[in-house]
Design a protein. Structure first.
Length: 601
């Protein structure tokens, strides 16, 4: 059972602590705690709460929901489903995969796993320990468990939903019984995840061993006041500032954007992100319409309710047209009567991947068209345009009713055409002060400041990866945190690319920032990156780690984050006199303790 603020005498922090503790208790521990509390203060237990506790007993199976979440989607889905299960009268517990004590798997009855896949087929950071356990030699017999998996992913990656697929197969290998079939979700996960939950709920309702309470107290609960705005109902935030942070002569353009949230009810913490639903470039939309031979006024359905909009609007606002995925090409086979395209689809995975890289729908049609397809048919095979997530670069305490973003404008050439980032160039070139952007807050529980304001923090990032650290500093300044802080930042040139330079130097001068090491890779013959600065400062950095410092890494996953991880391991080996296995174990333990957090992309 999950305790909630609305049906208990606890405040929000207490509820969080209690709900983290309860799923970890053995039966003996639960009984002892119950007896202890009863003995200490029996007279203070309200009768209504005793009845509620009794209603969760009686032989009903408990539904355990475990999530692996990198950016927060799987966590949000799990919490939503958990609340809905309890409103239906079912008993449920919810936990991150790494927070769940694996020894308690023997007590689990019905197991739901909701997990994303991170990077190139890897488990999310908060699922890695559970993943290693379940695939290790100590994995238990799970013949007593019924399970189902909801996998979140991105079809533009080769290993689409790989972690969810692996969990699903492994649970079956360990003799678990599948409740309902796994569902794999693309970036537009709302409809398939809802379908998965609806089927699951129907299965549970039909099952005599999972009997919901006939009059669940949760059905009568008032809900906590919250913003009506969310991913499904974004807030249209006015742009109140939009400036280029890079100096003259820079190879880059990085926009500092400030949005007005007044009246939205939206709240955020440092480490969270803003999701923006962008628009495709109208020039690209027009080129695509001309290549298809359409006027753009043809009406198409844009949602399951049958809402009709002109195909021009659908291409602009609703559907992704700037990237290719294998599932899309497979759906278009019947509409492209071209032998060369058919031959391409028979090629090895790497050949197909190479073709798709850097190409969009217009490229495909130009190369293999014309398409024998109607407007309604093409939108039926396209996926919805996913929101773009940007780390928040401000503290709400320091900037009430505002949120600040740091967005790098993406421009490049590929296959004979100039290309641009969908959202970044909309912000850089097609957005003016006073314009509005549809936004929502994406909470990220995996990238948070330590609760103890006296704890040291080490912030490592490159380029726009500096954004959350600006939020960290603003927050710590507002709450007068006394813990020391250290920034490692990398970019190309000191003169033109030191993002928020004046602010960082002021924080350093005022003592809010304790130390700062910067690496500007192009300012000398031999390139210098943040990982080099980490190794230069190995002695001091190791001391901070031994003193309990939290380490944060934000930026590119493929190169920077991996190089930083290796540099940290080398510091532990060289200064801490550990071997490679011990160094990796140390970093793994730091991650379990939430002292090593990454926001990488």
């Amino acid at each position: 059972m999950t305790i909630r603020v609305t049906n208990s005498p606890f405040n929000e922090n207490q509820v969080k602590l209690v709900n983290e503790l309860l799923p970890t208790l053995t039966e003996a521990q639960s009984q002892w705690l119950s007896g202890y509390l009863a003995a200490v203060n029996t007279s203070n237990i309200p009768a209504a709460k005793e009845e509620e506790i009794n209603e969760t007993e009686g032989g009903r199976r408990t539904i355990t929901i475990l999530y692996g979440s990198q950016t927060g989607n799987a966590k949000r889905i799990s919490e939503d489903f958990g609340e809905r299960l309890e409103k239906e009268g079912f008993s449920s517990t919810i936990s991150a995969l790494d927070d769940f004590k694996t020894k308690h798997l023997k007590n689990v009855e019905d197991l739901l796993i909701v997990t994303s896949t991170h990077g190139d087929g890897d488990p999310p950071d908060n699922a890695m320990s559970f993943y290693d356990y379940i695939f290790g030699k100590r994995a238990p017999d799970l013949s007593h468990i019924r399970f189902s998996v909801l996998a979140l992913g991105d079809t533009s990656y080769d290993l689409f939903c790989e972690t969810g697929k692996e969990f699903d197969e492994r649970l079956e290998q360990l003799k678990g019984e599948r409740l309902i079939a796994r569902v794999d979700c693309d970036l537009d996960f709302e409809e398939p995840s809802e379908a998965w939950f609806s089927e699951l709920l129907q299965k549970l309702r039909e099952d005599d061993s999972v009997v919901p309470s006939s009059s669940s107290p949760h059905q009568q609960e008032p809900t906590k006041a919250a913003s009506v705005h969310s991913r499904g109902n974004p807030f249209y935030a006015e742009i109140i500032e939009n400036i280029n942070l890079n100096g003259r002569g820079s190879n880059k353009e990085t926009r500092h954007i400030e949005l007005d949230l007044e009246g939205s009810g939206l709240e955020y913490e440092p480490g969270d992100s803003v999701g923006i639903f962008p628009q495709n470039d109208p020039v690209l939309v027009q080129q695509l319409l001309e290549e298809l031979g359409w006027t753009g006024d043809e009406l198409v359905s844009v949602n399951k309710d049958g809402e009709k909009r002109p195909v021009r609007d659908a291409f602009t606002d609703v559907y992704e047209i700037t990237s290719l995925t294998k599932p899309l090409l497979e759906k278009l086979v019947d509409y492209i009567p071209n032998e060369a395209f058919a031959a391409l689809m028979e090629e090895e995975r790497e050949t197909l991947k190479s073709f798709m890289y850097g190409r969009d729908l217009l490229d495909l049609i130009k190369e293999f068209g014309p398409l024998t397809i109607e407007p309604e048919q093409i939108v039926s095979v396209l996926r919805k345009m996913p929101p773009r997530l940007y780390s928040i670069a401000s503290s709400l305490r320091a900037n009430p009713d505002e949120v600040h973003l740091t967005i790098g404008a993406l421009r490049y050439d590929a296959h004979g055409r100039a290309r641009s980032g969908v959202c970044s160039i909309q912000c850089a070139e097609r957005s003016e002060l006073g314009d509005q952007l549809p936004v929502f807050i994406q909470h990220n529980p995996n990238f948070k400041l330590p609760e103890d304001t006296g704890t040291k923090i080490i912030m490592i990032g490159a380029g726009t990866g500096i954004a959350p650290y600006r939020a960290f500093m603003e927050e710590r300044e507002e709450i007068e945190a006394d813990g020391e802080s250290w920034l490692f930042f990398g970019e190309q040139h000191f003169v033109s690319d030191f993002l928020y330079q004046v602010e960082w130097q002021n924080w350093l001068k005022e003592g809010i920032l304790t130390r700062m090491d910067v690496a500007f890779s192009r300012d000398q013959v031999e390139k210098v990156y943040v990982q080099h600065k980490i190794k230069e400062q190995r002695e001091a950095l190791f001391t901070w780690l031994k003193e309990g410092a939290y380490v944060y890494v934000c930026g590119d996953e493929t190169y920077m984050a991996k190089d930083v991880h290796q540099a940290l391991a080398e510091v532990l080996m060289e200064v801490g006199e550990m071997n490679e296995e011990e160094a990796e174990s140390y970093l793994t333990q730091m991650r379990k303790e939430k002292r090593y957090q990454r926001d990488v992309y």
